[in-house]
Ligand binder design. Sequence first.
Ligand code: FAD
Length: 534
Amino acid sequence: MPESRALDVVIVGAGFAGMYMLHRTRELGLSAIVFEAGSDVGGTWYWNRYPGARCDIESMEYSYGFDEDLQQEWEWTERYASQPEILRYADHVADRFGLRPHMRFDTRVTSATFDEAATCWTVRTDAGDEVSAQFVIMATGCLSSANMPVIDGAESFAGETYHTGQWPHEGVDFTGKRVGVIGTGSSGVQSIPVIAEQAAELVVFQRTPAYTVPARNGPLDPDERAKIKAEYSTFRATNRQMPAAFGSRLPASDRSALEVDAEERRAEYEYRWQKGLGLAFIGAFNDVLISPESNESAAEFVRSKIRDIVPDPEVARKLTPHQVIGCKRLCLDTGYYETFNRPNVELVDLRDTPIEAITPTGIRTTEGEHELDCIVYATGFDAMTGALLRIDIRGRDGLPLQEAWAAGPRTYLGLGVAGFPNLFTITGPGSPSVLTNMMVSIEQHVNWIADCMDHLRRQGHRTIEASEPAQDLWVEIVNAMAGITLFPTCNSWYLGANVPGKTRVFMPFVGFPMYAEKCTQVAQDGYEGFVLSG
Ligand SMILES: Cc1cc2nc3c(=O)[nH]c(=O)nc-3n(C[C@H](O)[C@H](O)[C@H](O)COP(=O)(O)OP(=O)(O)OC[C@H]3O[C@@H](n4cnc5c(N)ncnc54)[C@H](O)[C@@H]3O)c2cc1C
């Protein structure tokens, strides 16, 4: 039965953000519903079931910290958790906190319209629901809107096609198949080694070579797990002080890569490479993401590893990246570069031989046709704004969000948008989000939003809205922070460069601790930069 109720809160999305938001909302005694396009909870981990899908933040950190009993009772089994294990965790959380009765699955929100007279939102779904609510909270995810490249003839392909972000629940058996994978970002890097083991032939179509470091995943050491659990809240608090809100067991370096000699530099990179410290490889020195020379030293280290691992000089050449390391998200892998030594794997460099068309039987490049039974699109997402802009969101005076963001997303703190009262975005553009351990960013945003709704209720305010001047200044600050780093120097999805026609704006805020402090300060100052009324 379609809903036609008046509620306090509508939450869109049942990933980790929507789940915790619902929990906090209910704790406040507010009535709420979650609409979710998928058939169950988990978000990213519900959709991305491709072979090899895994977290690249250590599992003791990539989990909720809001409930002591929850973090004590859940036992992660691996250093970097696999997708099935993370999905089981989401399922456990949903049961433990009784979330599912307040969620509507298989239901996509199509529009949200602000009613000035009634000061509430009307939310409509593809299942015919029409719900009014004082607050709308977008927990729609930064990486939930699959990006499909437009390639001539794609619909003519007679074999099977898959997108890593919309993987079939029953899995895919590639045994004996000729498989083509398009894309070598994180999803490609994780899935290619696993697909290569199964498929008869694997052709990898690469546009930009990836920098990836070995995960060296394995079972979690029970002693280490117990040690963290014994002081879990302190451990989490220390992580929140790290620039990307994770990795406090290896303190951030206070040295420039240029301060030490070549031997010491190499030893530091080698240590991180051998230990499988993952994204913390970039933290080997404090200026790897700031100084082009320091960055080049880290990049060259990884290039030398590629040359060591891949004996065929032509394959090694094609696999070798030349952009700034870390400018696109650094990948973690299990045997990625090694996979290209296999006899059943071919690497096609699209910079040398671009794709001309997809045909009924395969993929044709300028060099010739590759006959395939299956095509896997590992082409990522319309990041950060994609899921939001696919909803017809209209604020004051019927202003569409698409129009307000025509020149790129504009928010105050990545939490609110001027002209869109009582609309919150969890991990929205302008917040640290994808540059951090997302679980920490999600909890920080959910707590801020919940406290804010509580404040409004207690103070008798009906609406809160970002002010234009505060928003303008924040957009400048986000750009200035990015400008200090090397992030804007390559065509990354942080900039929207992977989606044709998308305005190029660096979307996330660099630096979690400073950001979190600012949010706290704003709230303590009576929501400075926001307009409260009613
Ligand atoms: C393959 C992959 C690996 C990742 N690995 C890491 C990692 O190692 N560390 C890390 O910190 N982060 C990682 N991330 C980021 C990950 O997205 C976040 O960690 C986190 O899961 C996001 O939770 P969320 O609830 O904000 O969004 P999501 O999990 O994306 O959930 C959003 C939900 O909203 C739903 N939705 C969207 N639009 C609508 C609509 N209009 N109507 C109804 N429902 C809608 C979607 O169906 C989705 O289920 C990864 C992402 C991917 C894709």
